[in-house]
Design a binder for this molecule. Structure first.
Ligand SMILES: *Cc1c(COP(=O)(O)O)cnc(C)c1O
Length: 361
């Protein structure tokens, strides 16, 4: 006999919610959750293993609660004159975002972002009892500084989440929008640069805006460009006081000694770990060009995925691709599907499968 949620004394504000649910299906070509589909290079993998082996000898002890070596490594990787006091990390940037919600959100507070955006934002907000409010974008998913500032002033949120580039649309976001939103808000402003390494080389990170903006935080992850999704490592940069706020809510020793060792070793080899980024960007651009030739409407992307419109029946196309061994994502935007840029072979498999399915509407 099993009970249902209704039988349990669940928090009222969680009733009726559904958990994050990207399907995990064992298909040969999985291009649905924006992972880096290239494995960690062998040479780096064995160095990471060596360092994990060393850490394992001390695993009877709690790890460095302040993960100092890792924070120093992230500061070095990010540059912009940052030091370890301005860095935070967690088990995936989802946990880092959760720390922000716990410290600055909570019951009676408002979390705001421009929809459609990352599907975890509402869940993370609601998980702390905060209210999620979705603002609006233009039809091409862009936002102007003026419109962004006006919406933020109207809703007066405690936390603003700016996904840059945006998931699931891939849309870039100007630094002028970040500046305008910061100036228009009294709450904290988080710029989620999870896909930053896939942006054009000459694009400027929001890290350049940190100086003099103590309510601003830039979050990043090792899950995408670093091919480290399974290790669960995300991080952010902000004013040291902002980092102190996150210390109030984290669980003690939240980053395991094994995670810290693995991430430090990976960062020591950042150039090799990021070696596939250019190749992935090439495949992304190939997807865009081929989708256009097939009559679909791919959206501009600064990330490792492409959202494309002109899909007459997304459910049916999703299923037809699935039946051909290719997993993509139906993100719930009418007449659109999202696909991650994979290896050249995976990308070819996707494009061939799509070409054989149906023509675009
Ligand atoms: C994938 C993704 C993350 C990263 O999640 P992790 O918990 O670090 O794996 C964060 N933000 C966005 C928008 C993402 O798409």
């Amino acid at each position: 006999m099993t009970a249902s949620l209704d039988d349990l004394p669940l928090r009222d504000d969680l009733r009726g919610l559904t958990p994050y649910g990207a399907p995990q299906a064992p298909l040969p070509v999985a291009l649905n959750v924006n992972e880096n589909t290239h494995p960690v290079p062998d040479a780096v993998a064995s160095e990471i293993l060596d360092d994990i082996a060393v850490a394992l000898r001390d695993v009877n002890r709690y790890p460095d609660r302040e993960f100092t070596a890792l924070r120093e490594a992230f500061a070095g990787y990010l540059g912009h004159g940052l030091d370890a006091a301005q860095i935070w990390a967690g088990n995936g940037s989802n946990e880092v975002l959760q720390h922000i919600m716990q410290a600055f959100g909570g019951p009676g507070r408002t979390v705001f972002g421009f929809g459609p955006t990352y599907s975890m934002y509402p869940l993370l907000a609601q998980g702390t009892g905060a209210r999620w409010v979705a603002g609006e974008r233009r039809d091409d998913y862009t936002i102007t500084p003026e419109e962004a500032a006006a919406q933020v002033e109207l809703h007066d949120p405690d936390i603003v989440l700016l996904c840059r580039p945006n998931n699931p649309t891939g849309t870039p976001l100007g630094l002028d929008v970040v500046e305008a939103v910061y100036a228009a808000s009294r709450g904290v402003v988080v710029v989620d640069e999870a896909y930053w390494e896939f942006a054009p080389r000459d694009a400027v990170s929001a890290l350049s805006l940190l100086e003099g903006r103590p309510r601003l935080a830039i979050s990043r992850t090792m899950s995408k460009a670093f091919a480290f999704a399974g290790a669960r490592v995300g991080y952010l940069a902000a004013d040291p006081a902002f980092i102190d706020a996150l210390r109030l809510v984290r669980l003690p020793y939240h980053l395991s000694a094994l995670t810290q060792a693995a991430a430090v070793a990976a960062l020591r080899n950042a150039d090799t770990m990021l070696g596939m980024v250019d190749e992935i960007v090439q495949q992304r651009d190939r997807i865009t060009a081929t989708l256009e030739a097939l009559g679909y409407r791919p959206r501009e992307s600064w990330s490792n995925f492409v959202l494309f419109g002109g899909v007459e029946h997304p459910r049916a196309t999703f299923q037809a691709l699935y039946d051909r061994g290719v997993l993509v994502r139906d993100v719930g935007i009418p007449n659109h599907l999202r696909v991650t840029a994979g290896t050249e072979a995976e990308t070819t498999a996707f494009l061939d499968a799509l070409a054989s399915v149906e023509s675009a509407s």
